[in-house]
Design a protein around this ligand. Structure first.
Ligand code: SAM
Length: 441
């Protein structure tokens, strides 16, 4: 089997949940598989595209293939995955000729399960390749007159429980926008290091890239696959020198929508993870310190601060549910662990790995964090709550519950979890205030 497909199938086997495993995080599984391999850069790119593309669309691909199989349930899982990956290539990888996808997949099926199924694989994939336009027709997914939830789930490759949740929470129009966004690749988000003197010139050059989707200083979004070299920009060098960082544009945008420049200092980023938002806040000229429950996630922060030419950022391991700040913070940022349903275009594994029963535990954790943060907030201080999900119980209702317990809490502003057709990702945020005036040093 060609190496990029072999790696992609191995990674998918580790990421998608099974009776034996809840499935691994896609980027972690891909990093391990690529580190073990000797793939050239082109094949690494292809393996990455196949893994992410398949995860985005596998619900829809399974449905398509099932229409051409006599008894889909009888086809072994390994064979279904090979067919699904080849169907993804045929329908979505313009650079790979369909005959090449059919060839490798038929040989792989023969190797995995014998000659009988390879004939079936050949026939099915040729039928998929014969009329790709048929799968763009809504009627293809409605032949048996399914419910709206089942139809949307098939056509947009999204589990039924998420479709139902969104229909109930935001109605049919917004649901379709969220569904369309999660079925497309997320753009490449970039953050210009505004602490650098050349920041404005670099921003202007990036904003002028053909196809640039979003450019509001210091944030840029461009389609994946944008040719930076053609515009005279050396992306690896700009990243290595600290002039630029990769960061989802929607993740940056939510902080500005929540009034970042006005947040009182110092800012305590209590769920800093690898420090994406911590570093943005530091680049914006704010004093910031950071914590996370998982120490290894914080390990790269000193290196990142040095890359960006920032002073060292104090960081420590701590649970935000047991916050005990020695000195009060002007702003406490809770970029809370959540179900991630707003960033499925970037993390498509989450829709297959998350289960509806996970939500109750997340709501409890978010509630405990909000409670602890509010208790640690100085009078006049801000509590900024952010999630990357589209789930009212983790968003507005989490704030309502906190407000129900603390009648003095003031809701300063809110960034609702509405669809973003340009950036393809949805964040929620709220800025809460404790009465009084902020007198933090
Ligand atoms: C949404 S991610 C943060 C992403 C990060 N702020 C960024 O911009 O890159 C949520 C983070 O919460 C952390 N976390 C989970 N439970 C926690 C807890 N009880 N206390 C503090 N952090 C926690 C996770 O380790 C994870 O890094």
């Amino acid at each position: 089997m060609p190496p990029a497909r072999r790696i992609a199938l191995t990674v998918l086997g580790r990421v998608l949940p099974s009776s034996k495993s809840p499935g691994q995080d896609v980027q972690a599984a891909l990093d391990v598989a690529l580190a073990d391999s000797t793939l050239d850069p082109r094949d690494r790119g292809l393996a990455t595209e196949l893994v992410y593309g398949y995860l985005r669309l596998c619900g829809r691909l399974d449905y398509i293939l099932a229409q051409f199989l006599k008894n889909p349930a009888a086809v072994p899982l390994a064979v279904r995955r090979i067919l699904g990956l080849a169907a993804y290539e045929i329908l979505h990888c313009a650079k790979v000729p369909a005959y090449a996808s059919v060839d490798w997949a038929v040989s792989a099926v023969r190797k995995a399960s014998g000659k009988g199924l390879s004939g079936m694989a050949n026939a099915v994939l040729r039928r998929v390749a014969a009329d790709p336009g048929a799968f763009e027709e809504p009627g293809f997914y409605r032949r048996d007159r399914p419910s709206e939830v089942v139809y949307l789930s098939r056509a947009f490759s999204c589990p039924e429980w998420i479709v139902s949740l969104w229909l109930g929470a935001c109605g049919p129009d917004e649901t379709r926008q969220h569904l369309a966004a999660q079925a497309e690749p997320a753009p490449l988000g970039l953050r210009v290091n505004r602490a650098r003197p050349e920041a404005k010139a670099l921003f202007d050059a990036l904003a002028a890239l053909p196809g640039a989707l979003y450019a509001v200083f210091p944030t840029i979004a461009v389609p994946t696959g944008t040719d930076f070299a053609a515009a005279g920009l050396n992306l690896p060098e700009l990243l290595a020198s600290g002039a630029l960082s990769r960061q989802s544009a929607a993740a940056q945008d939510v902080l500005y929508r929540l009034g970042l420049p006005e947040w009182p200092e110092p800012v305590f980023d209590a769920c800093a993870g690898r420090g994406g938002k911590t570093l943005l806040i530091a680049e914006a000229g704010k004093r910031v310190f950071a914590a996370d429950m998982h120490a290894p996630r914080l390990a790269g922060l000193p290196r990142e601060a040095a890359r960006l030419g920032l002073p060292p950022i104090p960081a420590f391991r701590a649970s935000a549910t047991k916050m005990a700040l020695a000195a009060p913070a002007g702003t406490i940022l809770l970029d809370a662990p959540c179900s991630g349903l707003g960033v499925l275009s970037r993390r498509p594994d989450a829709k297959w790995r998350r289960q509806p029963e996970d939500i109750a535990g997340l709501i409890r954790l978010q509630g405990a964090m909000l409670e602890a943060a509010y208790a640690n907030l100085a009078p006049g201080g801000r509590l900024v709550y952010v999630t990357c999900t589209i789930h009212p119980a983790e968003n507005e209702k989490a704030i309502d519950r906190l407000g129900g317990r603390h009648r003095d809490l003031i809701l300063d502003s809110e960034a609702p979890a509405v669809p973003d057709p340009v950036l393809g990702e949805t964040f929620y945020g709220a800025v809460l205030r404790k009465p009084g005036s902020c007198r933090v040093p």
